[in-house]
Design a protein around this ligand. Sequence first.
Ligand SMILES: CC(=O)SCCNC(=O)CCNC(=O)[C@H](O)C(C)(C)COP(=O)(O)OP(=O)(O)OC[C@H]1O[C@@H](n2cnc3c(N)ncnc32)[C@H](O)[C@@H]1OP(=O)(O)O
Ligand SMILES: O=C([O-])CC(=O)C(=O)O
Length: 374
Amino acid sequence: MVDKKLAGAGLRGQSAGETALCTVGKSGSGLTYCGYDVADLADNASFEEVAYLLFNGELPTKAQLDAYQSELTAMRDLPEALKQVLKLIPASAHPMDVMRTACSFLGNLEPETDFTAQNKAANRLLAAFPAIMCYWYRFSHEGVEIDCTTDEVSIGGHFLKLLNGKTPSDQHRRVMDVSLILYAEHEFNASTFTARVCASTLSDMFSCVTGAIGSLRGPLHGGANEAAMDMIQKFSSPADAKVQMAAMLDRKEKIMGFGHAVYRESDPRNVIIKAWSEKLAKENGDTSLYDISVACEEFMWDTKKLFCNADFFHASAYHFMGIPTKLFTPIFVCSRVTGWAAHVMEQRSNNRIIRPSADYTGPEPRKVTPIAQR
Ligand SMILES: CC(=O)SCCNC(=O)CCNC(=O)[C@H](O)C(C)(C)COP(=O)(O)OP(=O)(O)OC[C@H]1O[C@@H](n2cnc3c(N)ncnc32)[C@H](O)[C@@H]1OP(=O)(O)O
Ligand SMILES: O=C([O-])CC(=O)C(=O)O
């Protein structure tokens, strides 16, 4: 019998194509990238190794990784014209709109002229996104025009240094690295499917990624980490969290950061980022927000059998590292661009335009009544 939750609207439970990139809810802990368990990658690899894996199908050797990191580092700076555009975007804009506009604009300046340039386009976006986010944020919020290059080797460290203007701790660098690994790829989720649909028309990489950013922005998808933060900050204690969440459920509100379209009992990314959130809370000497988050997790499981997805403990973990809440979902972009681009490449390698059918529910065929008689 078909699981009710995996049937019905939203194409739930239906296969919409093939992929060699990822399994969700199948083997190992429930999430694999090119055959590697995400927990194994989070323990034993860097985000750049994962990006290389997604783009090439195999983990790099040390020499390949060094070359790849050098290539990415050289692509970090932003063109002057893009900086000018970023300066025009007001502080009141949502950073996801900034990411979408900047991605699209970079596609005007450095178009992917043909598909032989797809790796270059993907790597350019991967290298440039942290600077795009931080250049706009620091100019619009602090009036500072930052240098978009840093001496940080990792993308996570580079982002933290651009954001704070100082060298991050090893611990914060590592948490960012793990976070970027956890968010990198997730099969046919809404934003990746957007990218694949766009790719299936033989469109360019920048258009595919721009569309994907728009899909990730919503609170039912990547926007949930920001929404979860807004929610937990309103709770004054674990007991208050439970009272307020019960009221939210009575009002039939969705609790952001809980539930999943595919996983049924847990999201394997949660246990990993939750452990880092706890470590960071202790390091900060204030575990109250972590304790509130744990109370939310217990309450949702006890009352609704709903579990934390990848987004929930990312909220407190990022918060403990001093990252502004509105940048939470853009960080997801900095990571998921690897999965999106890998899927675009995969779609192109065996393409047929994605064009499903619809079940018609409208009126029976009828004749146009002349406008004067309607
Ligand atoms: C990285 C990511 O993108 S992970 C997802 C991030 N999104 C969120 O955290 C937003 C909150 N969660 C949700 O809205 C949903 O769980 C989704 C969008 C992730 C999945 O949606 P669906 O596949 O439709 O969920 P599912 O079929 O499991 O829902 C089962 C029931 O639980 C309810 N439910 C699911 N999640 C939640 C939630 N977070 N809060 C309250 N109720 C929920 C549904 O409304 C549904 O109730 P019903 O049977 O009375 O209609
Ligand atoms: O798979 C999904 O539907 C959403 C998700 O967890 C992700 O994109 O990481």
